[in-house]
Write a protein that binds this ligand. Structure first.
Ligand code: ADP
Ligand code: MG
Length: 227
């Protein structure tokens, strides 16, 4: 993954989160405490300042992800700050391990054997991110969390390696899977996080973390470098 792609993705993410902050906060108001959009917007504004700082000009993909993870962790309150922060840190570590050794990180077994150039590192980074969230949040797909958008999108990346698609097509399919995963959270009863306190009453609403995760994957697809 190029540093330029990560930088552009972080910028796009900050713009999209700012644009959709009210929507995210509204979703969280329905089944949580109504701070998700506000929290993430604050965090991504800081991320923007971090990546656009002259001292970060020469940073590569791994270091940018690590810097963003630290910033998110230190500035986004709530569960999502810890989860997205850890996810970004682990994604950075996975990329840096790949760069040093040519193999993916401990969280990401070497699962993609073929596929278009660039698919392997982005898949390894997302594998590591998913693994970090699942471990820290003790959550899995179906619990009505951000993982309901992330897991299907990563699965699509794994599958696309065998289908002779371009990187842009693989990422577009991953973004569509994340959007479908978000929609699929609506009937679910939350089993993790604040929404789980509502029990059955959490059903009938989209999960705010799945909504932000779908936005972040869409931003990744929208910034994929032209091959
Ligand atoms: P908080 O619930 O602390 O106010 P946010 O509102 O920022 O944090 O984020 C809420 C989102 O975080 C939820 O919609 C869900 O997607 C995600 N989340 C919360 N707890 C967990 C968990 N244990 N595992 C995975 N994701 C979680
Ligand atoms: Mg909240």
């Amino acid at each position: 993954m190029s540093g330029e792609w990560v930088r552009t993705w972080l910028r796009m993410s900050a713009a999209v989160v700012a644009d959709q902050a009210e929507w995210l906060t509204g979703l969280d108001a329905a089944i949580g405490d109504g701070d998700h959009g506000i929290n993430l917007d604050r965090g991504f504004r800081r991320v923007l300042a971090t990546v656009d700082d002259p001292s970060a000009a020469s940073l590569g993909a791994a270091d940018l992800l690590t810097a963003a993870g630290r910033t998110i962790m230190g500035s986004v309150g709530g569960a999502s700050g810890a989860l997205y922060g850890r996810a970004l840190l682990r994604a950075g570590a996975a990329i840096s391990l790949r760069a040093e050794t040519g193999i993916s990180g401990p969280a990401g077994p070497e699962v993609v054997a073929v596929g278009p150039p660039g698919l392997l590192p982005v898949t390894a980074a997302l594998d590591a991110a998913v693994d970090a969230i699942a471990t820290l949040g003790r959550a899995q797909r179906g619990d009505k969390t951000m993982l309901d958008a992330l897991v299907p999108s990563v699965e699509v990346l794994h599958e696309s390696a065998a289908h002779g698609v371009t990187l842009a097509q693989a990422l577009a399919a991953a973004a569509a899977a994340a959007a479908d995963g978000l929609e699929a959270t609506r009937p679910l009863v939350a089993r993790r996080g604040r929404a789980s306190y509502l029990g059955e009453r959490s059903a009938g609403h989209l999960d705010p973390g799945a909504a932000s995760a779908a936005l972040l994957i869409r931003a990744l697809a929208d910034t994929v470098p032209v091959e």
